[in-house]
Design a protein around this ligand. Sequence first.
Ligand code: SF4
Ligand code: SF4
Length: 274
Amino acid sequence: MAHANNRRNFMAKTVQSVGLAALGGMLWSGYTDSVKASPLVLRPPGALKEEDFLTACIKCGLCAEACVNRDTNIDKETGLPRPSTLQMAKGGDAVLIGTPFFVPTEVPCYMCEDIPCVPVCPSGTLDMASLLNENQELDINKATMGLAVVHKESCIAFWGIQCDACYRACPLLDVAITLEHQKNDRTGKHAFLLPVVHDNACTGCGLCEMACVTEEPAIFVLPNDVAKGKAGDHYVKGWDAKDQERVGNAHSQTTTTEVSKREAKDYLNMEVEY
Ligand code: SF4
Ligand code: SF4
């Protein structure tokens, strides 16, 4: 009897643990699905593409540690250390647990010249080679963490109110964000000063998003894949000599069918009765 009870207990525990494992598996796969379905996360400088990042990062936290302990991490106004830009994801962050990310409205990336978060990465998930300039030096301006996007309807500069908060906050002043002058036809005597983001220079640091004065930032950083459209290779800029070179390199491809051997007038009028 005792033997049967032991066996029942053993079976019950096995079933329980299988059930828990299955439940855990379902929860985990649901969780990883939701993480994969959350494409808005911003990663540190030099990060691999998101799908490669998720498998390459060993979740050691060295990048976030280097970020918070960097020499430059002192608030100029208070003289106190600032919180870390890089956070390691916890449950509920909608980011794969243990991976580094940042939220510009909490702490943007301050674009440290020596980029201390990158060389410490032992797995190559933060790729130094992607941040080298023509002199083979680490250059934070090469970072492509994301792209700032302006929402024209909520940006008060587009209402005609003078505001250049994002423009002045940009570490690549007059390069990544410029101000475009436009006539204000509504008043007839004022000018719009409109922020324009240039995607070949914006690193996605988020300093503009942090500085934006509207209740919800009217300029915000999105991952490049989300922020950018794609015209397609078959569109060529006729006014751009470099883009025109692509036409010279293009190959035409012709498919010959029985119908295409004939002239259009031969077959378009077939079986038409007048
Ligand atoms: S470059 Fe940005 S993410 Fe890296 S250490 Fe500096 S503030 Fe942190
Ligand atoms: S240092 Fe590299 S491997 Fe470690 S958590 Fe940061 S990105 Fe991942």
